[in-house]
Ligand binder design. Structure first.
Ligand code: ADP
Length: 470
């Protein structure tokens, strides 16, 4: 069984449209019919009322022995089937009828109503042979205001009723026909209106992860469907970008893993080609260990980045003294700075810098920055870590007098796997990408100012604990 939910939008729209039309058309037909029959009744009542009042005037003139002005037939709008004169007690005193069958029995309630009414009372009835008739009753008062007699007149409305019924039937048949036309028209309209949706569906189906470069056609109109197609294309573009990023990440990651693995393999193969001395073996193993360390740092970084991007990396936030962390990190790298004959200084702000953060990640952040400064500054250079406190933020600068970064490289250095093309270093280009992620996860920001050949300054700003984050 097809339920409402399983129907196509086209069918649903048509059904809605046709139902609405059916309600409107039927209501109009019924209202037209009711209005017509009501007006016809009122017209008959008015004529019959006039009729009985005319008779009253004639009788009055007769009683008073004066001439009734005007001819009776002139003033007759319709010819009554019967006219009765009825005593106040309800007895028929006089009758003028075209045929006995046209007469209608008298109801005492009607007389009661007529007695109190200031206008003639009309009612529907049936003649003795079952035809529709409209009867009007009118009370005639004497000089003292008492009912002297009643006058009743009937007019056979069977023809009018038949015409009314015919009209109603015609209206209903026309309504039904209009509905058939409306449903066909509605179906046609809905089909036309929804054709772009069908096209969109087909196009969307054809788009897979392999052909994300394809786009659906945006209709030239500026309507909802054009917006839908446009939104759809934007979504595909975002997906394309995400897939592309993913693919690049996997490519770059495999590429990065290949180099140390190839070195390892060739070192091991060469070492195994012939018998070697213990010293030679030690040498090879040391080289291998270096590569393995590089590999494990790389895989750690890759794992961290991929987890951070998918939101699976949980940071353990706690209130931390940033100044203490910086001091620790400086002490950690001091031996390397000394062996490379670099002047390493720490400039404190003199105020406690309390931030909310993950100690392990913040340490990693400053180690990355210092590690780069150490790597890219030639012996004899200076490296300074400066701390400062603004109203709501802790600011840490890592400055060096190293080789600096060219204007072309500057926009990219925070991207993953980005290394300066000269490639004199051993890093995989993940350090700054990780650093930026750490800073942003702490609600802060990081940027760099650098000049080729003169040095670089990396600036990190983190919100102080207890202040609202921007
Ligand atoms: P890596 O792990 O290879 O150092 P990073 O993401 O840390 O990668 O750095 C990306 C690139 O930015 C480096 O290859 C280098 O060219 C440049 N860079 C980073 N820090 C400095 C610095 N202090 N001085 C000059 N260049 C730098």
């Amino acid at each position: 069984m097809r339920t409402w939910r399983t129907l196509s939008l086209r069918t649903k729209l048509t059904l809605w449209y046709v139902s609405l039309m059916a309600i409107v058309l039927t209501a109009s037909a019924v209202i037209a019919h009711l209005y017509l029959s009501h007006s016809l009744r009122r017209a008959v009542d008015a004529s019959l009322g006039e009729q009985v009042q005319l008779i009253e005037a004639q009788l009055r003139a007769l009683e008073e022995g004066r001439e009734f002005p005007g001819s009776r037939t002139e003033r007759l709008a319709i010819a009554p089937a019967f006219i009765e004169l009825i005593t106040p007690e309800g007895k028929v005193a006089d009758v003028a009828a075209t045929s006995e069958t046209d007469r209608v029995p008298l109801h005492p309630e009607t007389l009661e109503r007529a007695r109190k009414s200031r206008i003639p009372i009309g009612e529907d009835a049936r003649t003795r042979d079952g035809r529709a008739i409209r009867v009007v009753t009118w009370r005639v008062l004497n000089a003292r205001g008492e009912v002297e007699y009643f006058l009743r007149a009937g007019y056979v409305t069977e023809d009018i009723r038949r015409a009314e019924r015919k009209l109603l039937r015609t209206l209903l048949v026309t309504t039904a026909l209009a509905l058939v036309v409306a449903s066909l028209g509605g179906l046609l309209l809905a089909t036309r209106a929804l054709r772009p949706v069908d096209r969109l569906t087909r196009a969307a189906r054809a788009i897979t992860a392999r052909n994300l470069k394809e786009r659906v056609e945006v209709p030239p109109s500026r309507d909802e469907l054009a917006r839908l197609a446009d939104t759809f294309n934007q979504m595909i573009a975002r997906l394309d970008e995400a897939f592309e990023r993913e693919r690049r990440f996997t490519d770059d990651a495999s590429h990065e893993l290949r180099t140390p693995l190839a070195i390892l393999r060739s070192d091991l193969e060469i070492a195994l080609r012939r018998e070697r001395s213990a010293e030679e073996y030690r040498h090879v193993l040391r080289r291998c260990l270096e590569e393995v360390l590089r590999l494990s740092k790389l895989t750690d970084d890759l794992l961290l980045l991929s987890r951070s991007e998918s939101g699976r990396l949980v940071l353990n936030f706690a209130p931390l003294p940033l100044d203490a962390i910086c001091r620790d990190v400086i002490e950690q790298v001091r031996p390397i700075a000394e062996t490379r004959r670099l002047n390493l200084t720490l400039q404190e702000s003199g105020e406690p810098l309390l931030v909310r953060g993950d100690p392990q990640r913040l340490r990693q952040l400053f180690l990355n920055l210092l590690d780069n400064a150490l790597k890219f500054t030639p012996p004899g250079g200076r490296i300074a870590l400066r701390m400062e406190r603004t109203k709501t933020r802790a600011r840490v600068e890592v400055e060096d007098t190293g080789c600096g970064i060219s204007q072309e490289d500057l926009p990219y250095i925070f991207e993953r796997f980005y290394r300066r093309p000269s490639g004199e270093t051993t890093g995989a280009g993940l350090g700054l990408a990780i650093s930026r992620w750490i800073v942003e996860a702490h609600g802060g920001r990081i940027w760099v100012e650098s000049e080729l050949g003169r040095g670089s300054r990396f600036i990190v700003e983190l919100p102080l604990a207890g202040t609202a984050q921007e």
